[in-house]
Write a protein that binds this ligand. Structure first.
Ligand code: ZN
Length: 152
């Protein structure tokens, strides 16, 4: 288990240092800003949504390694997904990190393939908001929210 945990940490550190899909996306037709006041993380998610499906996604932002890694892995995971699938993934990710019952949380995360690397974050409640910020921001972009997404 500790080897697995090391591997997870490696993935998070790698994505935190070299975020994928980082940069502007001029063609975006949905976007939202997110802010996590607890840690100071800021994320802007830009999406191209065509016929209810994400055809491109990029993000920009500043923040801790966990927030940047979460945004990076999220952008990789959501390309090609439908809006309904994104909302389902958000529910699972959120439940995976916040469910009171650990087995229930682990089961939800296990359905998200690579995103399961964030399971270790459960042990650090303060960090949960860093990991979920990009997802809250994604949902705000889908909802065309006028207000920035917040983790509170
Ligand atoms: Zn953070």
């Amino acid at each position: 288990m500790s080897e697995l945990r090391d591997l997870y940490q490696e993935v998070i550190l790698d994505h935190g240092k070299r975020p994928r899909n980082f940069g502007p996306l001029p063609a975006a037709n949905r976007h939202a800003d997110g802010y996590n006041p607890l840690c100071g993380d800021k994320v802007t998610v830009n999406l191209v949504l065509e016929d209810g499906r994400v055809t491109d996604v990029k993000f920009v932002g500043v923040g801790c390694a966990i927030s940047m890694a979460s945004a990076s892995l999220m952008t990789e995971a959501i390309k090609g997904k439908t809006e309904a699938e994104l909302r389902d993934m958000f529910q699972k990710f959120h439940k995976g990190l916040t469910a009171g019952d650990e087995a229930e949380g682990a089961a939800a995360l296990a359905e998200l393939d690579k995103l399961a690397v964030f399971g270790g974050v459960r042990e650090f409640p303060v960090r949960v908001k860093c990991a979920t910020l990009p997802w809250h921001t994604l949902i705000a972009a889908l909802d065309r929210a006028a207000q920035p997404a917040k983790t509170e």
